[in-house]
Design a protein around this ligand. Structure first.
Ligand SMILES: [Zn+2]
Length: 350
């Protein structure tokens, strides 16, 4: 039967590891807490449902248990020796993958990624994939992302109802005159108080546009500049930039989503991506171009954006850099000279 192994178990809630002994009993892994009074009686897990560590890796061995708790063993050689002593070999490692399906998905997905990026490069490959994801997914991603942000960075708005309605009315009128053909993308404004983000705005997949109270205050006397910001964000919505960025960051899981019609793995990557990725300069320029052109079409001067950039720069000087908190948000990609000049000098012929 082999010797039990003394190791550490994490219950998934507390960051503290509990000393336990592991042994294998037939088809079950038995986990015996040394401190039964505190950690309860022995636990038994079916071997097949345990996610065993891969053997090839260096460093500690981490084993995930079906109840979301886990075992961490710092001494890899000791773990491997214990493992080998049971004559278990790799079959169980393959076992956690449960089925040929998981393996087939990974393999086909990887081949698709390789082929796609071989032929078109990663940006084109991700565009190709993004275009094949259903629009309903944008909606779902937007809702999930907003909920995620509401748990951390965003607080309920402190703007009163009348003020929000006035902004929304003005914005709706703008969209109607900027898109006389009625082909504007779907949008929804989400007002939030966000001390960590400061004056800021960002568009989520599906058309949700977050506007911070701080931005509304910053531009309280320049409603046209606020319209300009929203127009830039609507540009991101129109080009599906949010989705494209998420796909690019997790191309493999997105491809698996397209090929197999199951986007759950992809969706799981979204919160982390959202907090770390930013748009490329080209993507920002395209959203700027959209904003300038639509502002013009609606009878406003694209130069309203200059006020915005100046005020953001003043805030940054006074309160320090806030970028990096949410890299895709407006204030995280400050305007350089080029960008300011672009709006100041924009003319319809360009
Ligand atoms: Zn942007």
């Amino acid at each position: 039967m082999g010797q039990p192994l003394a190791t550490l178990w994490f219950d998934g809630r507390s960051p503290r590891g509990r000393p336990v002994r592991l042994r294998i009993d037939g088809d079950e892994l038995v986990l015996e807490p040394l401190d039964e009074a505190a950690d309860g009686p022995p636990r038994r897990y079916p071997m097949r449902r345990v996610r065993w560590p891969e053997r090839r890796t260096h460093g500690q061995r981490q084993t995930e248990l079906p109840d979301d708790s886990l075992i961490q063993h710092a001494d890899a050689p000791e773990w491997d020796a214990w493992w080998a002593a049971h004559g278990l070999r790799e079959s169980w490692v393959v076992g956690w993958q449960q089925s040929w399906r998981a393996t087939a998905w990974a393999v086909i997905g990887a081949i698709a990624v390789l082929l796609a990026s071989w032929f078109w490069g990663v940006p084109v490959a991700s565009q190709f994939v993004a275009q094949r994801l259903p629009l309903a997914l944008d909606e779902r991603l937007g809702t999930d992302s907003l909920a995620q942000l509401d748990r951390g960075l965003l607080k309920p708005t402190r703007l009163d109802e009348a003020r929000r309605q006035a902004i929304e009315r003005r914005w709706r009128a703008f969209v109607d005159s900027a898109h006389p053909e009625g082909d504007a993308p779907t949008w929804r404004l989400a007002f939030r108080h966000a001390p960590d983000l400061g004056p800021n705005a960002l568009a989520l997949p599906g058309g949700q546009i977050i506007v911070t109270d701080e931005l509304v205050e910053l531009l309280h006397d320049r409603p046209d500049a606020l319209t300009g910001v929203l127009a830039h964000e609507l540009g991101h919505v129109r080009h599906r930039d949010g989705l494209d960025m998420l796909v690019r960051a997790s191309l493999l899981s997105a491809i698996v989503g397209v090929v197999f019609g199951d986007a759950s793995t992809f969706i799981a990557t979204v919160p982390a991506t959202l907090l770390t990725q930013s748009y490329s300069r080209d993507v920002e320029r395209r959203a700027d171009a959209y904003a300038a052109e639509r502002l013009h079409r609606a009878g406003l001067s694209p130069a309203v954006m200059v006020t915005l950039f100046e005020r953001l720069a003043a805030v940054r000087q006074k309160e320090g850099e806030r970028g990096g908190v949410l890299p895709i948000a407006l204030a995280s990609h400050p305007a350089d000279e080029d960008r300011i000049r672009y709006f100041r000098e924009w003319t319809p012929e360009r």
